[in-house]
Design a protein around this ligand. Structure first.
Ligand SMILES: Cc1cc2nc3c(=O)[nH]c(=O)nc-3n(C[C@H](O)[C@H](O)[C@H](O)COP(=O)(O)OP(=O)(O)OC[C@H]3O[C@@H](n4cnc5c(N)ncnc54)[C@H](O)[C@@H]3O)c2cc1C
Length: 576
């Protein structure tokens, strides 16, 4: 099978100049790529790993207005985040859904003095937030979320009512508050869809994974294909450094030593606790731990998602959820669910990422602003083009950040904006009605058109939104389902790897599907996936073994899960 990546590489070989080079295929690089492509600007985006493999793959999966930024008086950020949340609900209804947030509260008046001090930028740490403070914050938050409002306003919930719905919750609470934000089921796929949309809009644009920016040679960017070792030299008019926590390294490669970044690591655990998860269906608990930090716990695809930490880190390549963080998260869990036993044997997945925050001297990492900025490095020596670095930002606000970057690039190219992105649907969100009935109608139509069962059509709509029709068209009458991943077929894998820039088996597993979050995957399941992909992509036995090893190594090294043959998958240090 000739993949889309092979075809794009062939085009790259014939290219020696692009108006814009974007380094980094996380959400900010991908958003900028789509926006510039929409303006008719040809861009080349290179990602050294698979797309969406840095911080963008490791979020708490909240698409949120940033309630906690009210405390630091970052009102611009709250307004922008709330607007962008509402836009994502409309533009990506296949992956972004409303989520009820529940705040358990232990006091009536706590935290007021510290909150007022912080509001006036005096040193203070807000903790023991009481009902009055939370009510005040949520009232203001409702006002910021009013534009394009699609979700209910906040409400206070009596202690007895919340305990009857979530019986394991700490019985010492006085009251709870509920408000609405949103969550994203597949940040990985939405990032890839932005890139595919960009290339569909402008056939002069190219997005390639597994290609690393490796410095400047003779005034041009040196790019290395990490699969084959092939080297490309590409000139550009503007370079966008969207390398997240690696921004300083990329700029160093471009010959400058200005320190911009001061990333902090954040980790999450997925716990296999179906009974507790059921009581959390459709909602996330947003609760305080020691010192006033906020943690969260929710039902993610039938499991309990628990996060996160906030720890300064020097080398972003080493980010894993370490033992200290596991204990910290377990302490947080015990605080909110004091009667529920939890241990390492409950962990079926862990992940960690590095927030691309600006360099800061703040003692408290939580105090560093989550707003974004775009410092520019002017041309220097043989490098005749400027570099714009995308520092900070949230997943939620990527569209607004990308629009700012696009406007800055357009002005440097002497061009003007011709299309806007505020109301533009993304990928499989195009044409999808966000109400449940819309999903139902689409599934019914697809089932009818392609002779599929309604259940199968539903799975496809959940996975691909409106792109499900195109996938269904490739399944054929003899759909061959996997033995160990029974809701996935060989034909579905084939359709995805052919059209979505999949180069490795792990790209499919961790970057185009959510299978790794939906259930613990056994060695048999990942072997079957590698075998199926080997058959589809004509890999020999050696390549198949390498691909399987890459998956097992990623599981072990970055997620601390052992998937060796002969024992069930388990977290490091727990009994299988
Ligand atoms: C623990 C945690 C929880 C979070 N939770 C949320 C949340 O719930 N909601 C929210 O809105 N935001 C959240 N965020 C913030 C959000 O995830 C990030 O701000 C956002 O993903 C940053 O995207 P990015 O594209 O700038 O960086 P990244 O996603 O890190 O992308 C940078 C990319 O550059 C690539 N790269 C590096 N060097 C090179 C090179 N030499 N050549 C080519 N490519 C290179 C990397 O491989 C990487 O893929 C969270 C972040 C973390 C870490």
């Amino acid at each position: 099978m000739t993949t889309q990546r092979d075809a794009l590489l062939a085009r790259l070989r014939e290219t020696d100049h692009m108006p814009v080079l974007i380094v980094g295929g996380g959400i900010n690089g991908a958003g900028t790529f789509r926006d510039l492509s929409l303006q008719g600007v040809d861009c080349l985006l290179v990602e050294r790993d698979d797309f969406c493999s840095g911080a963008s793959r490791a979020p708490s999966r909240m698409i949120h207005g940033g309630l906690k930024y009210l405390e630091t008086a970052e009102f611009r950020l709250v307004r922008e985040s709330a607007q962008e949340r509402n836009r994502l609900l409309a533009n990506a209804p296949h992956y972004v859904h409303p989520l009820e947030m529940v705040i358990p509260i232990h006091t009536w008046f706590g935290g007021m003095r510290a909150a007022i001090a912080k509001l006036f930028r005096r040193p203070a740490r807000v903790s023991q937030r009481g009902a009055l403070l939370v009510k005040l914050g949520l009232t203001i938050y409702d006002i910021y979320g009013a534009l394009n409002r699609v979700m209910p306003r906040h409400r206070m919930i009596r202690r007895g009512d919340v305990l009857s719905e979530i019986p394991d919750l700490d019985p010492d609470i006085r009251v709870a508050a509920s408000y609405y934000d949103a969550w994203i089921t597949s940040p990985e796929r939405l990032t890839v869809e932005l890139l595919l949309d960009g290339m569909a809009e402008n056939d002069g644009s190219l997005a390639l994974n597994h290609i690393a920016f490796d410095g400047i040679e003779d005034g041009r960017a040196r790019l290395v294909d990490r699969l084959s070792g092939e080297v490309f030299h590409i000139g550009c008019d503007v370079m966008v450094n969207a390398a997240g926590a690696w921004i300083d390294r990329v700029n160093e490669g471009a010959g400058t030593n200005q320190r911009m970044m001061g990333g902090t690591k954040g980790s999450h655990l997925l716990l296999d606790m179906p009974a507790l998860a059921r009581t959390l269906t459709g909602r996330m608990l947003y609760f305080e731990v020691e010192g006033g930090r906020i943690c969260l716990v929710s039902n993610f695809m039938g499991h309990v998602l628990l996060g996160s930490t906030d720890i300064p880190i020097e080398d972003p390549d080493t980010a894993i959820c370490d033992d200290t963080e596991v204990e910290y998260l377990f302490d947080a869990f015990r605080r909110i669910f004091p009667g529920v036993p939890v241990g390492r044997e409950d962990i079926f997945f862990s992940y960690s990422g590095v927030r691309p925050l600006p360099a800061s001297d703040a003692d408290d990492p939580g105090a560093v602003s989550r707003d974004h900025s775009m410092p520019e490095l002017p041309p220097q020596g043989a490098r005749a083009f400027p570099i714009l670095s995308l520092v900070g930002g949230k997943w939620t606000t990527f569209r607004a950040f990308s629009a700012e970057v696009t406007d800055a690039v357009l002005s440097r190219l002497g061009r003007t904006r011709r299309a806007r992105t505020e109301d533009r649907a993304i990928g499989g969100g195009a044409g999808l009605d966000r109400r449940a009935a819309g999903h139902e109608t689409l599934a019914r139509d697809i089932a009818k058109a392609h002779a599929l069962s309604r259940d199968r059509a539903h799975v496809l709509v959940r996975r691909y939104g409106c792109r499900a029709g195109a996938i269904a068209a490739e399944l054929g009458p003899e759909e061959a389902f996997m033995v160990h991943l029974p809701d996935l077929s060989r034909q579905e894998i084939s359709a995805v790897i052919r059209t979505e820039l999949v180069a490795h088996a792990e790209d499919f597993l961790f970057g185009r599907s959510t299978l790794f979050l939906e259930r613990p995957l056994s060695h048999a399941a990942v072997s079957e996936l590698a075998e199926t992909m080997a058959a589809l992509l004509d890999w020999d036995d050696q390549r198949r073994a390498v691909e399987l090893d890459r998956i097992a190594t990623r599981y072990r090294q970055f997620h601390r899960i052992d998937v060796t043959p002969g024992s069930p998958p388990h977290f490091e240090g727990s009994q299988p």
